[in-house]
Design a protein around this ligand. Structure first.
Ligand SMILES: C[S@@+](CC[C@H](N)C(=O)[O-])C[C@H]1O[C@@H](n2cnc3c(N)ncnc32)[C@H](O)[C@@H]1O
Length: 267
């Protein structure tokens, strides 16, 4: 969230339920001034945590440190009528992807089978399943903690049409050969390494939403070249449907999404 505080200074933080998470990059006092301002101006916010390192590792988690307010790490986050309860130090979650989740919910057709690779605590899988009761959704997640929270959220949100599967996408995909009408790939650091799994789980015709990071000027062109070459090698065709910048990452780098349709060769 980007707000302007009462003194006119920008107040930038991520909001997960009643917890604000701030970046210490531009804070000279270890973030305490900003934390006090956030708590003082927003009665709904109870806790302020600070990012204490980069997102890292296979599970894409980051250290967070307690700054001010109630000392708790468990958050209760709501989006598109669904609730998620988890410790953001132990599972990746970004409220900044909420627009993307809403966009994809609108594209899903009733009765579709959807695979969410890299599902985390289940925000894509569960919000899609809640909005489309006849859809059959599978969320694949390697981090056992995130996967357990996805299972909790399936119960909490009464979305029995989601199955949470713990494991590596490359291995689990074998069990879902030819299953999916739609495949979501929210792993922007390395999604392009999983194109074989896409071909494996896709029905003869399927739609893919692939998230990828790179230099803003070239990431779309380079990624699309790689996707089309890869699909050609596997006897498939790929047709680009849509792309957009999801969020800027640094001055010259961005995360983008590419939506594309694949058509597998008749066997
Ligand atoms: C960027 S997070 C996305 C989480 C969630 N979809 C969201 O939007 O909040 C990527 C997730 O992929 C998981 N992951 C990374 N490599 C994986 C793999 N090979 N197979 C399954 N999950 C993987 C990580 O543990 C992490 O939870």
């Amino acid at each position: 969230m980007r707000d302007t505080g009462m003194d006119g200074r920008p107040t930038h933080y991520d909001l997960l339920g009643t917890t604000a998470i701030i970046d210490l990059k531009n804070e000279k006092d270890g973030g305490m001034g900003l934390a006090r301002r956030i708590l003082g101006e927003n009665p709904r916010i109870r806790t302020v945590l600070a990012k204490a390192g980069p997102v890292s590792g296979v599970y894409r988690t980051r250290k967070l440190k307690y700054l001010l307010g109630e000392k708790r790490y468990i958050v209760e986050y709501k989006e598109n009528g669904c609730a998620f309860v988890f410790d953001p130090r132990r599972a990746f979650f970004s409220p900044r992807l909420s627009f993307e989740r809403s966009r994809i919910i609108r594209l899903v057709r009733d009765g579709e089978r959807v695979i969410v690779m890299f599902a985390g605590v289940g925000p894509f899988a569960i919000t899609i399943a809640k909005a489309h009761k006849n859809a059959e959704v599978v969320g694949i997640e390697k981090n056992p903690y995130a996967c357990r929270r996805m299972v909790d959220s399936i119960k909490l949100n009464r979305t029995a049409n989601v199955k949470a599967v713990q494991g590596d996408v490359k291995r689990v995909s074998r069990k879902y050969a030819g299953f999916a009408d739609r495949i979501i790939m929210p792993l922007p650091w390395s999604s392009l390494e999983f194109l074989d799994s896409v071909v494996e789980v896709a029905k003869p015709r399927a739609t893919v939403h692939l998230y990828v990071f790179g230099a803003t000027d070239t990431v779309l062109r380079d990624s699309w070249k790689l996707i089309t070459e890869h699909m050609k090698k596997r006897g498939c065709t790929a047709r680009r449907l849509f792309s957009r910048i999801v969020r800027p990452y640094s001055a010259r780098e961005s995360e983008i999404v590419i939506d594309f349709a694949i058509r597998k060769a008749e066997s």
